[in-house]
Design a protein around this ligand. Structure first.
Ligand SMILES: [Zn+2]
Length: 147
């Protein structure tokens, strides 16, 4: 995890709360249904070279030879996305394989969200955006919309 040097006290508290949600999702309930922990793989230069389904580990993006240049990251034919909707009216789109997307239900949303939180933290996304972290910390997933 990268250092959060300019983090405000409010943001620090939100991030601590989110960390607890990740641990809790691991320890209880449906976490066993989200099997793939490191679903985004990076090469030595730090560029994403493979993305797996968070639930089952099926590869949903991989490198293919570029037509006129270097290899490019492409979605496989198993790639799709769902929208996780929250109790505060917000939502975001998250990728997974088609088989898992078809069987996603409300019980798996919290561990799915926890897997994304874990990735955002490790990758240092939105590091210094207090409002973003505070919103992310306290919203609860309550519905799934399939694309
Ligand atoms: Zn899957």
């Amino acid at each position: 995890m990268r250092a959060h040097k300019r983090e405000t006290p409010r943001q620090k508290e939100a991030r601590r709360y989110l960390r607890a949600r990740v641990v809790n999702a691991d320890a209880h309930g449906q976490a066993h249904r989200v099997k793939k922990k490191d679903h985004v793989r990076r090469d030595r230069k730090g560029l994403i070279d493979q993305v797996s389904c968070k639930i089952c580990g099926t590869i949903i993006c991989s490198m293919i030879p570029g037509e006129h240049g270097p290899p490019v990251l492409m979605q496989t034919n198993q790639y799709t996305t769902i929208f996780i909707e929250f109790d505060d009216g917000s939502r975001y789109e998250t990728p997974m394989c088609k088989v898992c997307a078809a069987s996603v239900d409300a019980d798996v949303l919290e561990p799915l969200y926890a897997a994304d939180i874990d990735k955002w933290e490790k990758e240092g996304d939105n590091v210094n955006r207090e409002a973003w972290w505070v919103r992310a910390a306290y919203r609860r997933p309550d519905n799934v919309r399939k694309g």
